[in-house]
Ligand binder design. Structure first.
Ligand code: GDP
Length: 369
């Protein structure tokens, strides 16, 4: 077979089948000499990185290369989908290289948030997932909050090494790297994509002053996040853009909340208490009696209860039920990956059912706020 053409920027095999996948190049450019993939093209010509995604197996293969390097690993996670976007197996793949955890999208939390407490929460959650980090930096790439700290931490922990940036899809990796490209003075001065023939890590290299690089790896797709299964046109409603407006409901047992037709919360047993729903303001919440919930869903899903829209319902996974027991005085969130979380405010405990699309990660966690 003829040798597959490779990108002159990053060395990846070129393809013209899927724009979201690594190595994409329009068919017309595929056979050109010195062809570069779309992502390298954008970095080179527009000073702009765009996201490329891979599945978990490909991603783990890519990550395997990091262990044999001497580098700083920057792991970007989405604060809104913390347990959904954390790469818990990261430690095994990066070897002895330090991991700096950059927590993005802090603009979504209320401005009165106790940031020290939040940072402790992040550290504890990461530890529970088996991830050891040298430091935690909180930021918002989109709103340019905390970015000085990001650059400072990069400089402080890098110590003359390459920087690998890893993260799941939609965590804001491109936004952050684009900000680095435009803010990081070293990068601004001369931005070219260097050629790394035969690289084992199919990733974009953004050169730094000292001959080292920032290496942008593809975003990993985790199928357990709601954001990976909704239709593209519903993503904007699902991903919050503005600070969350927590909605508090005083509920009696046997009452139900629908979050669009994406998930359903049943308060099955417990004393009257309040629950605070933290989801994007783009989604609507409907309250009903548990005994009416099935009927309401059958009659109104795809319409009053949406997203998903009626035309997408057939492609949407069936719901499964998760029964969760909230212990008294436990201060916990019911976390639904990619959708948000419901804080249980009662002190007397509760039994709840979450109905969510099959495969979506649903769990109890220490309350984030
Ligand atoms: P990538 O897939 O990780 O490269 O993520 P993108 O940079 O494409 O961002 C994914 C989505 O998150 C986009 O809708 C961004 O506008 C949004 N986003 C990125 N950074 C932030 C942030 O700091 N705050 C908020 N609220 N949204 C962000």
């Amino acid at each position: 077979a003829p040798l597959k053409p490779r990108c002159a920027g990053c060395g990846i095999s070129l393809q013209s089948d899927d724009q979201k996948k690594p190595g994409y190049v329009p068919a017309s450019s595929l056979d050109k000499e010195e062809a570069v993939c779309q992502r390298c093209f954008r970095i080179k010509n527009y000073n702009e990185s765009s996201s490329i995604t891979v599945n978990q197996d490909e991603f783990l293969k890519l990550l395997g290369g990091i262990a044999s390097t001497n580098s700083l690993v920057v792991h970007i996670v989405d604060l809104f989908d913390f347990q959904g976007s954390l790469i818990s197996g990261l430690q095994r793949f990066v070897g002895n290289n330090p991991v700096l955890l950059v927590v993005n999208k802090i603009d979504l939390l209320p401005p009165v948030t106790n940031w020290n407490r939040l940072r402790n929460w992040v550290q504890k959650q990461a530890r529970e997932e088996g991830l050891k980090v040298v430091d935690v930096v909180l930021c918002s790439a989109r709103r340019n909050i905390g970015f000085d700290r990001v650059v400072e931490a990069l400089n402080g922990y890098r110590q003359g090494r390459d920087v690998y940036v890893v993260g799941a899809t939609n965590v804001g990796k491109s936004t952050l790297i684009n900000r680095l490209i435009s803010d990081y003075s070293d990068l601004k001065r001369e931005l070219t994509v260097s050629r790394y023939p035969g690289t084992t890590l199919d990733a974009v290299h953004i050169p730094l002053d000292d001959g080292k690089s920032i290496i942008d790896t593809p975003g990993i797709v985790y199928a357990w996040r709601m954001s990976e299964i909704v239709a593209r046109q519903d993503l904007a409603a699902l991903l919050p853009d503005k600070p969350l407006k927590p909605m508090t409901y005083q509920l009696n047992a046997r009452q139900t909340l629908f979050i669009g037709a994406l998930a359903r919360f049943d308060f099955v047993e417990g004393e009257r208490q309040s629950f605070t729903v933290n989801v994007s303001t783009g989604l609507s919440i409907h309250r009903t009696k548990l005994e009416r919930a099935d009927e309401l869903y059958t009659q109104h899903r795809g319409e009053m209860l949406s997203p998903p829209r009626a035309e997408d319902l057939n492609d949407f996974p069936e719901w499964t039920r998760h029964r969760l027991k909230i212990a008294p005085n436990s201060n916990q969130d019911i976390f639904i990956s990619g959708l948000g979380w419901i804080q249980a405010n009662g002190k007397t405990g509760a039994l709840v059912d979450i109905h969510a699309p099959k495969g979506i990660k649903v769990m109890l966690r220490d309350s984030i706020l």
